[in-house]
Structures are given as C-alpha cells and as structure tokens.
Design a protein. Structure first.
Length: 349
C-alpha cells in the first residue's frame, strides 16, 4: 500500500517537528559525512574495490524506537542510488515495520529522489523497528511522530557480523529476513552487518577495521569466495583465518567470537579451484585454523561448522540461501551463541 503524507512531502525543506535520526539508527558501523557506511571511510584505500563498493550500501541499518500515543511515524529520506532518473522510476521503495520480533506491515512508495513515507503504528508498547529499502541506499533525514511521541529504543549489546554476500543477505526477499537480522532479533542484539558481497575473503584490512569498532559479540562467516572469485589453497586459508582472528583480537582480546565455516555450495564441494582446493578442503582448513587458535588458549572463540546447516533445497541459486535457508542459518547461529554462553538472557537490556 502507498500512504505518503502529502502535506509532509511538501515540507521537505522545513524542520518543524522533525527529529534527528542519529539516535534512532541501529546497525551503524561508521559514518561518512553523516551517512552510515560499512567500512572505515578514512581507510578505504587499503580495501579491494568490491569491498569498498559494497560498504557504501547501508545493509542492516534500521530505525528502532518506542512510541507513546503515536498513530504513525513519518520518515523523511533521500534515495541516493541509482543516479539515473529512468532507473529510479522503475524501482519501488518498501519500508517494513516490525514490532518485538514480528512483522506488522509493509509500506511501498513510488520512488522519488527525496520524499516522506508515513507508516501507521499499532497501539502497542515495546520496540518498533523499521527496515528501509537497502538497495536504494536511503539516507534518513528525519523522523517525526504523528499524534503522540517517539523515543529511541533502549540500546542492545552490539554484534559485529562479518562475511560475504550470504551474510549481506543476498536472495532474502526482505532485509529483515537476512540471517544476521533474524538472529539479531532472536538474541536481542544490535546486529551490525559487515557482509560484503563478492568479497569476504579474509581481507586483513577489514580485520583491523573491525578491531577498532566497539563490539560485545563478533561473528566471522567467510570462505566460499576463496574457492572461485579469488582462489585460495587450503594452507593459505588456514593461515588467513588465524591471521584475521589475531588482528581482530588486537582490539577485542576478550570479546566472544564465533566463526561460521562455509555453508553448502554443491558445485564447489568436490571441484578443485585454480589452486587445487575444493570447497570441502577450504572449509576444513578454516575450521582447523579456528580450532588451532582455540587450542592455543583463545577460550572466547568458538566454531560453528556450516556444511550441514543447509540442504540443496535451501539455496535459491545454488549458492545463496532462500528465505528458509536464511532462517535456518539464523537458528543455527542463535543456538551456537547461546550454547557457548556468549549470549545469555542476562545480556538482554
């Protein structure tokens, strides 16, 4: 449905009643000129181009608030991409409202460069979450309550989730269905999505950037792009994961960290890459590298083997999970973090 507030739309340049969105935004890693980004803007020159490109997309960034007497919330935003008017014209902007872990409604707007969307609110207490349309890279300019008031939701423990396109949420039908978003809801964590599609190959500059971010929990989930896109041998991936974890540990010596090895990728499991490694070989190397660090005394590090989490029926294209696959990954990660004691009920705000 389309519920744009035309009066508010006419007031895009005004400031009456508009709230600064910064206290309401969650899943934010860094900011570049106020815009949330997913790599350190002061350190982009050390990153591969595909990592830097994907880091500009605000995957996982959302608005979280509580409401008192409000019947709706207005969100003023600017669509940053695409830049061509003919491309923009063909794309819809869908905002999803969730309340305490359940979808309430979706509001779809005709695409415009800058506008306001109005989302009706049910008369409920608790945490409201709005997931914007990530693909349009919307820059949230302001919020305002209709008929009452809103306030930033209470903070939650911060969870950094690093990976590739699977972590970024590819082939999930909505941003809220990506496995980090789903697991974050289940665990009451502020999930910060650092999945970079096409990348996630153990880039050591990314590890150093993560070391500089505040975090209460960490998850690393990479390796499948080390089979084909940039081929690794098994010994190279073994050393890479040890080095990556070691660099993250320089900033987070005691932070709980979960390593998730690659999920099923049928075409790659028994097929050697350019360096002679199958994905099964690479998965084993990543798992052994993680276990070696645990054996060396890192008792705040845990491994979740990924091979058996998904079956072929859970893959949308032979590589990326469908919605059911993302839900299964979220369940597995949730169980692993709870099972290790890294996330407990006492962590909940």
């Amino acid at each position: 449905m389309t519920t744009t507030d035309r009066a508010a739309d006419a007031d895009l340049t005004g400031s009456s009643g508009w709230l600064d969105p910064a206290p309401y935004l969650r899943g934010v890693a860094w900011r570049d000129d106020g815009r949330p980004v997913r790599a350190d803007p002061a350190d982009l020159d050390r990153l591969p181009w595909d990592t830097a490109e994907r880091a500009a997309v605000p995957v996982g960034v959302r608005l979280e608030f509580t409401a008192r007497g409000a019947t709706a919330v207005d969100i003023r935003y600017r669509a940053a991409l695409p830049t061509r008017a003919d491309e923009l014209r063909d794309l819809a902007h869908t905002f999803a409202l969730w309340h305490d872990g359940a979808l309430v409604t979706e509001v779809t707007e005709a695409p415009e460069r800058e506008t306001v969307v109005r989302i009706g609110l049910p008369d409920r207490r608790g945490r409201f979450t709005v997931h914007p349309p990530e693909s349009q890279c919307p820059e949230i300019l302001g919020l305002r309550a209709v008929g009452g008031s809103i306030a930033p939701a209470p903070p939650q423990p911060r969870w950094l989730v690093h990976g590739d396109s699977i972590t970024e949420g590819w082939w999930s039908t909505r941003p809220a269905h990506a496995w980090p978003a789903a697991a974050g809801r289940a665990l009451a964590l502020d999930a910060v999505n650092l999945g970079h599609a096409g990348a996630g190959r153990g880039e050591l500059a990314v590890a150093q950037q993560m070391a500089g971010l505040p975090a209460d929990v960490l998850t690393l989930a990479f390796g499948t792009n080390c089979w084909s896109r940039t081929p690794f041998s098994a010994p190279l991936l073994y050393e890479t994961v040890r080095a990556f974890v070691g660099l993250v540990r320089q900033g987070h010596p005691d932070t709980p960290m979960l390593v998730l090895s690659p999920v099923l990728r049928p075409e790659a499991e028994r097929t050697p890459n350019a360096l002679g490694a199958t994905l099964a070989d690479l998965r084993t190397a990543l798992e052994e590298g993680t276990r070696a660090r645990v054996a060396a005394g890192d008792d705040r590090l845990a491994l979740l083997p990924g091979r058996d989490i998904l079956g072929p029926e859970h893959l949308a294209d032979g590589l990326h999970p469908n919605d059911t696959g993302h839900a299964l990954m979220a369940e597995a990660v949730t169980a692993a973090l709870r099972g290790t004691g890294f996330v407990t009920p006492s962590d909940r705000p």
